[in-house]
Design a protein around this ligand. Structure first.
Ligand code: BGC
Length: 736
């Protein structure tokens, strides 16, 4: 049973029908029309992009001229008054939001409020770790809490609707948007999807500090070939349903209010015009009662896909497929009138779309509280409580990848911090940190200063080919007992449209590391990146390696918590780190092959990279060690109950993430070598041992057979419990 996000009572349904009965055709279409800020400026579209839009027919010559001349492209105020706009994208100025809302509520014929949408992905003013980073906390309470605070801050600035959570399974580190995702594993992504929906929407969507959430990008956007953003995705229906669909279904069950269609085609049909996705899967199979929005401009982009004859045909196919809201292409606004006249879209289809959009507005309480008090936001942005939550999320997201004993740092050491991220607070804000401002995020060097620790700081190089400032480096490190290298990616190297073919360190960063090593200094490398990096050299030459992602407003403080041992690192990777870019896509839960990976010839491997990944899924060290023993699994009443003893064998307390993996030994279709099916976080004092129990429902152990029936086939299953996806303690159980 779904938790219906849009709990609509009879009275509201009647109000909706009453409104629909009074609406003109234009007013109905208006509800489906989400407009963006002008394409140049706010959206950051360059002259070159505009030229391409003209060349490819996305805009006509007169629109092109208007935009270039800086003239308003459309007159939003007149359109709002006429009821020709239902929602906005990325309008961030609260004065403008309240002003537009006033026109809609007080000056339009039916007084239907506008809905303001924005990408609140990992924070609004207080910034949290990028989702890939935060997923490494494996902590549903954190996923929920950061979404709750993001919603509160965004709602205080007039936003009603976020385009999150992004729950695209990402198996290819080259894809820039892996940074926005919860990683490569379906089970974990489901837990992330649920927690995020709870965090954004809360118990009652009409509370003024909540947002309508949006599960995106439906579907398989993360499977773009070669990790190239917007590229096609082609896969079996079984892979689609076993790997890519479940997080979306989990979001639906949690009551997510909206969905966004993906830009890509899936098996040859663009998601934007794909009736199977919306009419069949969302509505018929999953009973979803919210609304679907296109991705930005995606309806008109079907012209480029080549599956629609023109913009009118694009509007027809998209609306008939079950796509209610047209994000910024204005195809609906311009072409639905003719489609209704010609009967290519029926009035019933249009009315149903309008009904679903109005339900969102009622559910979000927009009719009750359309305006926002401008005093509200400034009181809470980056307040103590929100910063504390950001620091907590950040420290729990850090993954310790190597440590030969140099960490935790001794406070008495003379430390130099070098590298492009040494003192760059802005770069902590990640690829989609909404409204952060310069100087608000704590840089690494600032984290040290905040603790009263003096450090020498020098960037010495950037992320480009500009070269290494060797004098600055030598000067910075000459008296140091230990050097911290803060390297990785600029925030603009991951995220949308930022795919990379080579995912090593760029510019002169490697050269800088080599010079530090030549100087014979202990080296702690801290990685700041949106995606997994292929950096075997870093692993080899560093004494310690810390994965610090892009951790948000409190990055520097959180990293220092870990470096100085105030917090024992507990993060675990949610994506595999390959040794080399050429291995991508590399992920742990690949299927069994007839010639499994092995050292000898004729096995499934690359000849020029190690068999094992640089760091496997689930991996992460701590300042203590955990020992596993006495694993057992029993099946009873449709549930597998697995227990294992976990002991903290080290000298400090810590939190272990106990992971449970399963393999179906004999099945009618080849199955993954292992799949995560559960996990539990457990706190252990030094020397303490606990028995940890994880339950797995038998019905979750199935797969889609060749006829696409979901089946759990009887027989033997292997079950591992341990520290990461390469753990070796194994038992087995039988399904009758
Ligand atoms: C992205 C979406 C985003 C939308 C609105 C698109 O380019 O793919 O994820 O929600 O823009 O900003």
């Amino acid at each position: 049973m779904n938790k219906q996000a849009l709990l609509i009572n009879k009275e509201t349904e009647l109000k909706i029908e009453e409104l629909i009965s009074q609406m003109t055709l234009d007013e109905k279409i208006g509800q489906l029309n989400q407009v963006g800020p002008s394409p140049i400026g706010d959206m950051g579209i360059s002259k070159e992009e505009l030229d391409t839009m003209l060349e490819t027919g996305l805009i006509g010559p007169s629109t092109y001229e208007k935009i270039l001349a800086g003239e308003p492209w459309y007159n939003d105020e007149i359109d709002i008054k006429k009821g020709r706009i239902g929602a906005f994208l990325a309008v961030r100025d609260l004065k403008k939001i309240n002003m537009y809302q006033k026109i809609a509520v007080e000056e339009s014929r039916l007084g239907i409020p506008l809905m303001f949408g924005y990408d609140v992905i990992h924070g609004y003013r207080t910034i949290f770790p990028t989702p890939l980073g935060e997923s490494c906390s494996w902590d549903e309470a954190v996923f929920e809490e950061t979404a709750r605070i993001s919603a509160k801050e965004a709602a205080a600035n007039g936003i009603h609707w976020t385009f999150a959570p992004m729950v695209d399974i990402s198996r290819d580190a080259r894809w820039g948007r892996i940074a926005e995702s919860p990683g490569e594993d379906t089970y974990l992504a489901c837990r992330f999807a649920e927690a995020r929906v709870r965090g954004f929407q809360g118990e009652n969507l009409s509370d003024p500090d909540r947002l309508l959430a949006c599960a995106k990008h439906f579907v398989a956007y993360g499977a773009c070939e070669a990790g190239r953003d917007y590229n096609q995705a082609d896969m079996s229906m079984q892979t689609l349903w076993e790997t890519y669909m479940p997080p979306f279904e989990a979001a639906t069950k949690e009551g997510v209010a909206t969905f966004m269609g993906a830009f890509n085609d899936i098996n040859g049909v663009p998601c934007t015009t794909n009736p199977y996705l919306y009419n069949t899967v969302l509505r018929e199979k999953w009973g979803f009662n919210g609304a679907v929005v296109s991705d930005a401009g995606a309806i008109q982009e079907c012209l480029m896909h080549g599956n629609v004859a023109d913009r009118e045909d694009a509007a027809r196919q998209a609306l008939n497929a079950g796509m209610e809201i047209d994000m910024v292409s204005r195809c609906y606004m311009n072409h639905i009138p003719d489609l209704i006249k010609s009967g290519k879209v029926t009035m019933e289809t249009l009315d149903e779309a309008v009904r679903r959009v109005l339900r969102l507005k009622f559910a979000a309480g927009l009719f009750e509280h359309p305006y926002v008090d401008p005093e509200l936001g400034p009181k809470m942005y980056l307040c103590k409580e929100h910063r504390a939550a950001s620091r907590n999320a950040a420290k729990r997201s850090i993954v310790l990848l190597k440590n030969n004993g140099v960490l935790p740092l001794k406070k008495t050491l003379n430390i130099a911090i070098v590298g492009p991220a040494a003192d760059d607070g802005s770069n902590m804000n990640g690829c989609w940190g909404a409204l952060w401002k310069e100087g608000e995020a704590v840089s690494l060097a600032q984290g040290f200063k905040n603790r009263g620790i003096n450090v020498k700081v020098a960037a010495c190089c950037d992320y480009t080919e500009k070269g290494l400032d060797i004098d600055a480096l030598n000067e910075a490190i000459k008296d140091a007992d230990l050097v911290i290298a803060a390297v990785g990616e600029h925030i603009e190297m991951s995220g949308e449209a930022h795919s990379r073919a080579y995912i090593g360190l760029c510019g002169s960063q490697n050269q800088m590391l080599d010079e530090i090593k030549k100087a014979n200094k202990p080296l702690v490398t801290i990685l700041f990146n949106g995606r997994p990096l292929a950096v075997p050299n870093v692993q080899e030459i560093s004494d310690a390696v810390v994965e610090a992602w892009q951790l948000g407003s409190e990055a520097g403080n959180a990293i220092c918590d870990v470096l100085f041992g105030d917090y024992n690192p507990s993060g675990r990777l949610t994506t595999t780190f390959p040794n080399d870019s050429g291995e991508c896509p590399r992920y742990y839960n690949h299927t069994n092959t007839g010639r499994p990976r092995g050292a000898v010839r004729h096995t499934c491997k690359h000849e020029d990279v190690p068999l094992k990944p640089l760091y496997p899924f689930g991996f992460g060290l701590s300042y203590t060690e955990y020992e596993y023993s006495d694993l057992s699994a029993v099946v009873d009443n449709g549930v597998v109950t697995a227990t294992v003893k976990v002991k903290n064998t080290g000298k400090v307390a810590g939190e272990e993430t106990v992971q449970l993996y399963v393999n179906d030994v004999l099945a009618s279709r080849v199955r993954p070598v292992r799949e995560l099916k559960g996990f539990k976080k457990v706190w252990l004092e030094a020397g303490e041992e606990k028995t940890v129990t994880v339950e797995v429902k038998v019905c979750d152990l199935g797969f889609y057979d060749v006829q696409m029936n979901y089946v759990v086939e009887p027989g033997e299953f292997k079950l591992w419990m341990g520290h990461d996806s390469e753990c070796e303690l194994v038992t087995s159980f039988e399904i009758q």
